[in-house]
Design a protein. Structure first.
Length: 373
């Protein structure tokens, strides 16, 4: 079991970008010191609440301020970019980081970004995403000439090639044949999960999905693995969750239900955004619920794992038993302003020092018992 930090990030709109860059940077450095395995940073272009448009730029500033943490793009919205630019920048970041890189991709999820880039049709977005990654892999897998024809892009260098000068050659990644690829998913029974498993990529189940949706992702993951001729053991499945670990169960309850708390803000914000996008099903513990019956408190109960270290360990083990054997837990990073900073930093510390070691022991023990049967 590995542990990661997943930053959308999401902050109140009145916070300055400089402050949130500083906070998220410090948090990744803290995660590295605690022994977190991974740090993921999201990409959004048109929301003051989700202000980071270039995750690789932020992460590049942290390569030499961290020792071992692996960086992931969470995710690059491929429909919004020319694939040649993404291929070149991702290859460069892989070299900068010395291979501490997982290339997370997706169709992008923010409606204002869809409008900004003219990608409002979900079918076209998915087409563009898959065509883009195929172009990127082709660029990484060959030398010029390049003549990659698709429905949405034609990538061509055939006339301006000077081999003795290196002109016309696109950069290849540090990792061979390329960095690990991960694909995000939040919809019930997401086809993206099956595609990722079929192609040997890592699916990432979003944190703002109720348990039944995460469980549906394992079913699609298993379908994709078996279609590719391998067992669905979950070794490459990542699951993000909202987590809050306090000294006691009561303290955790007080924090998580605090209207000024970061989890409360997070779910209130996301619910309002998804209502306007007419996509509320992904946050309902019961898909038949009416929107009017959904409350912030109910979403917190459904989607936040909170309590003392002992309680959170038990909840996470039970959650994993019910949804499927994911191998990496990603802590969804909340806003750290005011009292929330101590709560977030403390949760990270208790996760790394108490919860994950206990989970690893229990998972290893269960595997040994199963092998002995």
């Amino acid at each position: 079991m590995k542990l990661g930090l997943f930053q959308m990030p999401l902050h109140p709109a009145d916070r300055s970008m400089r402050d949130t860059i500083s906070e998220n940077s410090e948090k990744i450095i803290h995660a590295d010191r605690l022994g977190f395995d991974e740090a993921w940073v999201g990409e959004h272009f048109s929301a003051a609440t989700e202000p980071f448009c270039a995750p690789m730029m932020l992460m590049a500033s942290l390569i030499h301020r961290t020792k071992s943490i692996v960086f992931g793009t969470g995710v690059v919205g491929l429909p919004n970019h020319h694939p040649a630019i993404v291929a070149a920048e991702a290859a460069m970041f892989d070299h900068l980081s010395g291979g501490r890189f997982v290339f997370g991709i997706g169709p992008a999820g923010l409606s204002s970004d869809h409008e900004l880039f003219g990608n409002t049709d979900p079918t076209i977005r998915n087409e563009r995403m898959m065509e883009s990654i195929d172009h990127i892999l082709a660029i990484w897998g060959q030398d010029p000439p390049y003549d990659l024809k698709g429905k949405h892009w034609h990538i061509k260098i055939t006339d301006s090639i000077v081999p003795e000068l290196g002109v016309g050659y696109m950069g290849k990644p540090f990792q061979k044949p390329h960095p690990p690829i991960a694909m995000s998913a939040m919809s019930p029974y997401s086809g993206s999960v099956k595609v990722a498993a079929e192609r040997g990529w890592s699916p990432i189940s979003a944190n703002f999905c109720p348990e039944w949706i995460v469980g549906s992702h394992f079913k699609k993951y298993a379908e994709g693995c078996r279609a590719a001729g391998r067992e669905p053991d979950g070794h490459d499945w990542r699951v993000a969750r909202n987590l809050l670990v306090a000294e006691s169960d009561q303290e955790a309850l007080d924090w998580v239900m605090d209207p000024k708390g970061s989890n409360y803000y997070y779910f209130h914000y996301l619910w309002e955004v998804l209502k306007r996008a007419d996509y509320t099903a992904v946050m309902k513990s019961d898909p038949k619920m009416a929107d009017a019956d959904v409350t912030v408190e109910g979403m917190i109960e459904s989607m936040v794992i909170y309590g003392s270290a002992k309680t959170v360990t038990e909840k996470l083990l039970g959650f994993r038993e019910r949804v499927g054997p994911f191998s990496t837990l990603l802590m969804a990073s909340m806003d750290g302003s005011n009292q929330n900073r101590a709560r977030e930093w403390g949760t990270m510390e208790r996760l790394a020092q108490d919860v994950l070691p206990a989970m690893r022991r229990e998972i290893a023990s269960a595997a040994s018992r199963k092998a002995a049967e």
